[in-house]
Design a protein around this ligand. Structure first.
Ligand SMILES: [Cu+2]
Length: 122
């Protein structure tokens, strides 16, 4: 399901425009913004130039899916981690820090974008 939609969005400009303009209504199979899949991989949707709150466990893999027209980065304010730029064609993968705590991060491309990654004790 998801792969099919990605494939459509990767098709020529006309389709791509259709995909992005319909994004708000075609939110798909009820998957909301923050969803921990139960395994150690969580998927985070970055949409409307906003990061959702993220809670995870040490060493977990977090997949950032970009639904905006522009690329983003996830850069810890204290430089503990940095991924990206990633965009709608290729998600970003972040391995959560091993040390529990609260990490503030931002997007280097859009200085107004800020988020918080909370790493819980395992
Ligand atoms: Cu950004």
């Amino acid at each position: 399901m998801k792969i099919q939609r990605l494939a459509l969005c990767a098709a020529p400009a006309v389709l791509l425009a259709a995909c992005s303009s319909g994004a708000s209504t075609v939110s798909g199979s009820g998957s909301s913004s923050t969803r921990a899949s139960g395994s150690s991989t969580a998927e985070i949707v970055v949409e409307n130039y906003t990061f959702p709150a993220i809670a995870t466990t040490p060493g977990a893999t977090i997949r950032f899916v970009d639904r905006d027209a522009e690329a983003h980065t996830v850069t810890a304010d204290d430089a503990t981690f940095k991924i990206g730029p990633f965009d709608s064609a290729s998600p970003g993968l972040l391995i959560a820090p091993a040390k529990p705590g609260t990490y503030a991060f931002h997007c280097e491309i859009h200085p107004t974008m800020h988020g918080t990654l909370v790493v819980h004790n395992p």
